[in-house]
Design a protein around this ligand. Structure first.
Ligand code: ADP
Ligand code: MG
Ligand code: ZN
Length: 484
């Protein structure tokens, strides 16, 4: 060992396995409803409870959603595939095996364009979810003293979306996961709710010396249930592996858990290998044949996706990347925005209104754009009224917008009922401007000396006199005339 030890620089390599619960009405192999939050063990039947002598029947919608997702992620869709049994024993798995896909996943070789870099998607396969253990009781020393099991979740359809180990930073991992969630939501196949477990991430992390082309040994971190935890878990794992490698140790391949409280990952079990699961073709289901026609039919249903909007919006609407990010996050918001533009609103103004006051209202009322009462036509009309100078911005925000959003009343009606139209009659405003100037000789002197700041004061005073209805443009023009 030399005394001047040079520190090795490591590069992080990350691959993500994402489990997405599909938004089908019923489970993958039986007719039980898929319903988060139902009374425990009420959405169950002999099939999903794993009773002997029952047979699974494949839900066609699951296959359609898998194909849709595969197409959106640039995957090849296989012509033939099958299901396989993955055997393991755990109390949340009443059959003692999970029906999954092993060597013939329905989709493979896709990619996701994350900030201009292609992250490979190795495979997407269909499988059934397990039940849920609820650790109950309160033994303070040993955790819970008994566990309950809820089988409502067994048989909920899942897609497992496996990336290649192409991710090279924590930010890239987060951006990949966020974009993937957004795409699943655009496709309307999964609600992407990490907290409720409808989208779950397993993160594979390894380190290797910078410049090396050989992959290091990975650990797989489970139990990451928010984007924030994803970032923290990778940070913690990089730190842990760096310490091991720097002290001459070896990282072992294992499954680890991220603990929210300590912010550390802890060992859960040594990594199982595929042969541990004794995979074999599921004998109770026939292999699948997927026709080209069906694939083409599904292709037609794919909307423009967020990463494509991200490229198109600056060109078509001249928006900056921050605004775009907010608008495209949710498909309904993006499509609403586009509708308002098609109706003739100014793209920048419409974006400002949606991102600003409209979003603030929706947040405050815990709702979203399609559940509000305001149609794109109504917002476009409101913006046109402002553009034409019929009402000013402040009045539109304070007196009109909230009413449209909550009652769906047209702006025109509100303006008429409340008498909100801007005063654009110069004769009427002239008097008000003159009065305000006369009443404030000190400020007038300053304005005459070129202190433009006091102009706002005068405009404000005129607004006060006119219940906020004066046209600021005309008031400014009149002030100029008086100063001449
Ligand atoms: P398993 O089910 O055994 O975890 P999978 O093939 O389903 O295996 O998933 C492996 C995941 O681990 C993939 O997302 C892949 O990109 C990632 N991965 C594989 N090797 C490494 C590595 N050396 N470092 C980081 N991630 C890796
Ligand atoms: Mg895995
Ligand atoms: Zn069932």
């Amino acid at each position: 060992m030399t005394l001047t030890q040079t520190k090795t620089e490591y590069e992080v390599v990350i691959g993500l396995e994402v489990h997405a619960q599909l938004k089908t009405k019923t489970k993958i192999f039986c007719n039980c409803p898929v319903d988060f939050g139902a009374e425990p063990n009420t959405n169950v039947c002999p099939v999903c409870l794993g009773m002997p002598g029952v047979l699974p029947v494949l839900n066609k919608q699951v296959v359609a959603y898998a194909i849709k997702t595969g197409l959106a992620l640039g995957c090849e869709i296989v012509k033939h595939c099958k299901f396989d049994r993955k055997q393991y024993f755990y109390p949340d798995l009443p059959k003692n095996y999970q029906i999954s896909q092993y060597d013939q996943p329905i989709c493979s070789n896709g990619f996701l364009d994350v900030n201009g870099k292609k992250i490979g998607i190795q495979r997407i396969h269909m499988e059934e979810d397990a039940g849920k253990l609820v650790h109950a009781g309160s033994d303070r020393l040993h955790g819970s003293d008994y566990s309950l099991v809820d089988y409502n979740r067994t048989g909920t359809p899942l897609l497992e979306i496996v990336s290649l180990p192409d991710i090279r930073s924590i930010e890239e991992a987060r951006d990949y996961a966020q974009l993937l969630r957004s795409i699943l939501r655009y496709l309307d196949v999964c609600d992407g709710n990490l907290e409720e477990g409808s989208m779950r991430c397993d993160v594979n992390v390894s380190l290797r010396p910078v410049g090396s082309s050989i992959l290091g040994t990975r650990s797989e971190i489970k139990n990451v249930n928010s984007f924030k935890s994803l970032v923290r878990a990778i940070e913690a794992e990089i730190e842990r592996q760096t310490e091991i490698l720097n002290s001459g140790g070896k990282v072992i391949q294992e499954t680890r858990l991220f603990e929210e409280n300590s912010g550390k990952t802890v060992s859960m079990r040594s990594k199982e290998e595929a042969h541990d699961y004794r995979y074999f073709p599921e004998p109770d289901l026939v292999p699948l044949e997927i026709s080209k026609e069906w694939i083409n039919e599904i292709k037609e249903t794919i909307p423009e996706l967020p990463h494509n909007k991200k490229i198109r919006y600056p060109k078509d609407y001249g928006l900056n990347s921050d605004d775009i990010k907010v608008l495209i996050e949710d498909r309904n918001m993006a499509e609403y925005y586009e509708a308002v533009i098609r109706l003739g609103a100014n793209p920048k103004k419409a974006a400002n209104w949606l991102i600003g006051p409209v979003t603030a209202y929706l947040k405050e009322h815990k709702t979203d754009i399609i559940n509000s009462c305001m149609t794109p036509v109504q917002l476009a009309d409101l913006l046109v009224f402002i553009e034409k100078g019929i009402i000013n911005d402040n009045i539109a925000k304070a007196e009109i917008l909230g009413e449209i959003l909550s009652n769906g009343t047209n702006a025109k009606e509100i303006i008429e009922q409340k008498g909100l139209a801007q005063i654009t009659d110069e004769g009427a405003l002239k008097q008000a401007v003159k009065e305000v100037l006369d009443q404030n000789p000190e400020q007038l002197k300053q304005l005459k000396e070129g202190k433009e700041k006091v102009r706002g004061f005068f405009v404000g005073q005129v607004m006060k006199k006119t219940d906020g209805k004066a046209s600021p443009n005309i008031v400014n023009k009149l002030i100029d005339e008086f100063l001449k």
